[in-house]
Design a protein around this ligand. Structure first.
Ligand SMILES: [Zn+2]
Ligand SMILES: [Zn+2]
Length: 428
């Protein structure tokens, strides 16, 4: 299944301002001057830009909450914040333009930032499209109707062309949609919000946005830890710093560091900071990410929980089938390739393509292979690792799972590699 983030902000849409854009341009040009990239050559410039840190060549995005999970036969939308407008534009390039679209929409709750994109969701206007809306709050149909009242919006809900079917769920109820199973738990939030745990095969994604964890003792957290347990990804309300979450009691939000504790206790593989504060700049959000990573490193060097920030347009593919995947990322200035799945003979071509491309884009830099997501490696995979050393300036390997390390030992190659416990241990 594929996850995509269409809106990642909390509270209110917050488009990037002109000053941070100027700062990004200044940072990019300064770096171009330092590295001496050939500015006359478009391909060289493009490769240079692609290699810049995320905060320089891109942005987190300002749209409010909207995500999709999709498999070959199901499309599930979570929340209808302003990111839903962009989702609608994309769906109109597909079967939804012809009135042949089908999707489920799950609502966590009905605060503005989770519904305000709905009136601008074009597929809802197209006759023939069908939407099944799932909600725990009984008043979700009324709220969708009321926010399109003629006093505040020109088009009314009742006049929408698409068909809507509403399904009221109980707290704790599990809904099955094809191969997906979706359960919910109540979160502490003004007016209540509901977290969703989505399972498909062995893949588990939890969306836990708009939740406050006021009491941090184990009995109070236990129900959440149980609900989030063993998730491949926990998407977590990190609107506040820890300090803010203590001061702004009852505002209904949490922080990355509290998420780190819960993720660790629940043995979550990847924590994703989400529902960013509208006042936070890209740099501030990345600083919160850095703090969360640092906290986890200090806290526990054994089982690494990967931490990321949600940003608009980010796609993540989950595959319990073990298909090999490579995801490129710039983590605190380090060029990283996250490896997932089974690294065997079928994977080497994909791996080498990524290595060659990254090696060319980042000459004279250390390339880090993060193996936390690898399920296993074969000798063919080890052989590809050896070859990779020739394609990059400097290769570092981190977060090697014990079974993968053992294969490297058995093949007598451990000493060929620079292996570090975690990302923060790589010298740079
Ligand atoms: Zn919210
Ligand atoms: Zn809310």
């Amino acid at each position: 299944m594929k996850l995509k983030f269409w809106g990642v902000r909390g509270s209110i849409p917050s488009p990037i301002q002109s000053q941070p854009i100027s700062q990004k341009i200044v940072a990019a040009l300064t770096e171009a001057g330092r590295t001496g990239v050939n500015l006359q050559n478009k391909e060289a410039v493009e490769a240079f830009v692609a290699g810049l840190p995320f905060t320089v060549n891109s942005t987190i995005g300002g749209n409010t909450t909207c995500l999709t999970l999709e498999s070959t036969d199901q499309l599930i939308i979570f929340d209808a914040g302003s990111g839903m407008r962009e989702l609608g534009r994309y769906l109109m390039t597909r079967e939804f333009a012809e009135g042949k679209g089908r999707a489920a929409i799950f609502f966590t709750h009905t605060h503005w930032d989770h519904i305000q994109g709905f009136p601008f969701f074009v597929p809802a206007f197209i006759p023939g499209n069908e939407f099944d809306v799932y909600h725990v709050h009984p008043y979700v149909p009324d709220v969708l109707n009321d926010q399109m009242d003629s006093r505040v919006f020109p088009a009314q809900f009742a006049a929408l062309g698409a068909t809507f079917r509403f399904h009221k769920m109980d707290v704790g109820e599990t809904v099955s949609l094809g191969a997906f199973s979706i359960s919910n738990i109540e979160l502490q939030h003004p007016g209540k919000a509901y977290a969703y745990r989505v399972e498909k095969g062995e893949d588990v994604v939890v969306l836990a946005t708009d939740g406050e964890y006021k009491r941090l003792d184990h009995p109070s957290l236990k129900q959440y830890i149980d609900f989030y347990r063993d998730a491949d990804m926990l998407i977590f309300d990190a609107q506040f710093s820890v300090r803010e979450s203590f001061i702004k009691e009852d505002w209904g939000h949490s922080s990355g560091l509290i998420g780190a504790d819960i993720a660790r206790a629940a043995k979550v593989k990847r924590l994703v900071l989400f529902h960013h504060d509208p006042t936070s700049t890209d740099d501030e959000i990345m600083a919160a990410l850095q703090q969360t990573r640092e906290y986890l490193t200090h806290h526990d060097r054994r089982g690494p929980v990967m931490v990321d920030v949600a940003r608009e347009g980010w796609e993540v593919v989950f595959n319990s089938a073990g298909d090999f995947q490579v995801e490129e990322a710039n983590v605190d200035g380090l060029i990283c390739l996250h490896l997932f799945g089974q690294f065997d003979a079928r994977a080497t071509e994909t791996f080498m393509r990524s290595i060659v491309r990254v090696g060319q884009a980042h000459q004279n830099e250390t390339i880090v292979l993060n193996m936390a997501g690898l399920q296993e490696i074969s000798v063919a995979g080890v052989r590809a690792l050896l070859e990779a050393r020739g394609d990059v300036y400097n290769l570092a390997i981190v977060n090697v799972p014990p079974n993968v390390y053992r294969v490297m030992e058995l093949s007598g190659t451990v000493d060929f590699f620079a292996i570090y416990p975690g990302l923060s241990d790589v010298p740079h």
